[in-house]
Design a protein around this ligand. Structure first.
Ligand SMILES: [Zn+2]
Length: 233
């Protein structure tokens, strides 16, 4: 997590072959600085994936994409909302997906699904590469209580599968604290007998530790050129 909270959100998902930014809600300067701390140059990015059009998820992209021609992956409504805003209306490199679709960016399989939020067509993502998988869900629900409920539900529904780690993010500055959020989730997990799941809370001001998931498949990676199937916006 490059940074997460009411004031801006951005995360990096990477394999040996592929680097994807999820949302760009920090200033372009901060995105570049924090990518650098992860050892990634912005020109190495294979794409930016957008969850939805709100400013705290896209505000750094205009400047970032003016300097670096990074492809932006979004569904049509989100792309339109961001462009209507005047942000990124001159950006040429859009890759439009249908919500619910799955596609590959280099060696990462990306699944998309709708989430309830007051945006035009907000989505969550599941990422798969090698033997590892990662779910990314942001801005669920409206009221704090509902967010807690939904998080609890989401996480509990996934429990029959194998979850090693839960990273919490986008905490409200005014009505939440990392300690409260962590305890709420810890309580919900232990009620379901899950005490071996690693919990972490991402913050606004600092990048999180690097979370390692599985192993990237060894050997040279052959690009699939599936990006060619994305229509231009
Ligand atoms: Zn939002």
């Amino acid at each position: 997590m490059l940074g997460s909270g009411s004031a801006g959100n951005s995360a990096l998902v990477a394999t040996d072959h592929c680097k994807i930014l999820i949302d760009g809600g920090l200033s372009a300067r901060q995105i570049v600085l924090r990518l650098e701390q992860c050892g990634v140059m912005p020109e190495q990015l294979d794409g930016v994936l957008l969850t939805h059009e709100h400013g705290d998820h896209v505000c750094g992209l205009e400047v970032l994409c003016r300097k670096f021609a990074v492809p932006i992956y979004a569904n049509a409504q989100t792309a339109e909302a961001v462009r209507c805003d005047g942000t990124l209306d001159r950006h040429r490199n859009w890759r439009i997906f249908r919500t619910g679709a799955e596609f590959k960016i280099c060696d990462i399989l990306v699944q998309t699904f709708p989430v309830p939020h007051d945006a035009v067509d907000p989505v969550g993502f599941a990422f798969y590469a090698g033997a590892g998988g990662l779910g990314f869900i942001t801005d669920l629900g409206y009221a704090t209580k509902m967010i807690v409920e939904r998080l609890r539900q989401v996480i509990e529904e996934l429990l029959p599968g194998k979850i090693d780690r839960v990273v919490l993010g986008h905490l409200s500055r005014d009505c939440n604290t990392p300690a409260l959020a962590l305890q709420t989730i810890r309580d919900a997990l232990s009620k379901s007998g899950k005490i071996d799941i690693e919990l972490f809370c991402a913050t606004q001001s600092d990048i999180s530790p690097r979370f390692r998931i599985g192993e990237t498949e060894v050997g040279a990676f052959q690009p699939t050129f599936e990006n060619a199937f994305f229509p231009a916006a």
